[in-house]
Design a protein around this ligand. Structure first.
Ligand SMILES: [Fe+2]
Length: 366
């Protein structure tokens, strides 16, 4: 009976951790993992759960072989590698960080190698049973490293996924992969955004993203997609330029020299989800002020119609999380440096007077 338990307990424990790890991967597997650039050696998706199930069982048998003979010396390192194995699921999938995943799996490689080395001196069978796990881990390390090196735009994300994919953005001009015309004069937004800022931001930065994008997609399948489709399916430099182009279209569309009253429907939705317009502005301002480095702050609507504020870094966009962007503020330094130097807070305060409530409301889906 004791011998049976020596095998059953570690096998059940390993499988339980495996199942829990899979559960923690669910959202990322659906929304994030398919968007990554992966090694051509990546096996079909079905291989992973099968391989891991077999390996978790072998993992348990290996320890069982030792424990059944009364040797408990490997229990600690076995438990430690199982914990690190679980942390890999959290780091790579739940936190959506290839870098964290790579670091954790390298630690795991060392632990599993140490386990095998130690086991050789005690029970060769226990060591051999662990070898397929070691080989699989080395392969997984390569796959993770490949993803880390080839997905420079994908890292830790601060926003939650929702299950909507359709957005209400007017893409009629974006499909031609050129910037739409501004619907106000270049000097109409001064002093928050001077003509010179518009000249640099719209005529040079935004045009630069489109020029790069058109060059990068020439001769690729992306050539036949509209801008939003490219944003949803690309990675690396193509994603960076496409997302920056789309984010800027939304940003410039969200500006107006004649703001007027906030439309009722938008106002009611904001009061419903933030308590008051003042609370919303306060939270949005705090998010914009505290965003580290370059990025964007968004008012978004989820599948159920609930509004929230999210921040994204660099070119990242909530569209990839299935969220519908209503209002966006560009807090890259190039958005305010000419007029406000390093005073981002001044720019944000001024932006509240030129934010376009009408276009934000038009994007509401619910
Ligand atoms: Fe910008």
């Amino acid at each position: 009976m004791k011998k049976t338990l020596a095998f059953v307990v570690p096998i059940v424990l390993a499988l339980t951790i495996g199942v829990f790890g899979s559960y923690m991967q669910t959202s990322a597997l659906e929304h994030w993992y398919p968007t990554l650039v992966k090694s051509p050696l990546t096996p079909p998706a079905i291989v992973f759960p099968i391989a891991w199930t077999v390996l978790y069982v072998l993992m348990g048998i290996s320890l069982g072989v030792m424990v059944a003979k009364g040797d408990m010396s490997l229990v600690r390192i076995w438990l430690l590698q199982l914990l690190v194995n679980f942390l890999w699921s959290i780091g790579f999938f739940t936190l959506r960080s290839p870098l964290m995943g790579l670091i954790i799996i390298l630690v795991l490689d060392v632990l599993v190698f140490a386990y095998i080395l130690y086991a050789i001196g005690h029970n060769r069978l226990a060591a051999w049973i662990f070898v397929p796990y070691m080989l699989w881990l080395l392969f997984a390390t390569y796959l993770t490293g490949y993803i880390y090196l080839n997905n420079d735009t994908v890292g830790y994300r601060t926003i939650n996924a929702a299950n909507i994919t359709n957005t209400n953005i007017n893409m009629s001009t974006a499909t031609q992969l050129s910037a739409p015309a501004l619907h106000y004069a270049a000097d109409a937004l001064a002093p928050t955004m001077s003509r010179e800022t518009i000249d640099y931001h719209y005529s040079r930065h935004l045009k630069g993203y489109f020029d790069n994008l058109n060059r990068l997609i020439a001769g690729t399948p992306y050539e036949n997609m509209n801008l939003e489709q490219i944003v949803m399916h690309s990675n690396g430099a193509i994603f960076n330029n496409a997302a920056q182009a789309l984010n800027h279209i939304l940003f410039f569309d969200n500006l107006t020299p004649s703001q007027g009253q906030m439309p009722k429907r938008l106002q009611q939705a904001i009061i419903r989800d933030f308590g008051s317009v003042e609370n919303f502005k306060e939270q949005f301002t705090a998010a914009a002020t505290s965003l580290f480095g370059s990025g964007w702050v968004w008012l978004v609507e989820d599948k159920s119609g609930k509004l929230s504020i999210v921040s994204t870094s660099n070119a990242d966009t909530p569209l990839r999380q299935g969220l519908n962007p209503l209002l966006v503020l560009d807090v890259w330094e190039h958005a305010y440096y000419i007029d406000h130097r390093n005073r981002r807070a001044d720019f944000i305060n001024g932006w509240w007077n030129i934010a376009n409530w009408q276009t934000a409301e038009e994007r509401l889906q619910q």
